[in-house]
Ligand binder design. Structure first.
Ligand code: FES
Length: 58
């Protein structure tokens, strides 16, 4: 079983790295892309990334 939750397979970005980027001030998809390179490959993960961002900002 995978111990680390990978959100973006293309860039190997984990959920933990996403939360670190949000803690560092990322509030939009573009911000988090600059910090982690998430959703910059096939784009399949972008919906999930947006959901994580909106959950954190609500
Ligand atoms: S899985 Fe994130 S860009 Fe492809």
């Amino acid at each position: 079983m995978q111990k680390v939750s990978i959100i973006c397979n293309c860039s190997q970005v984990t959920l933990g790295e996403m939360h670190e980027a949000i803690n560092a001030g990322a509030i939009r998809l573009e911000d988090i892309q600059k910090l982690t390179a998430v959703a910059m490959g096939c784009g399949r993960c972008s919906t999930q990334v947006k959901q994580i961002l909106s959950k954190r900002s609500s």
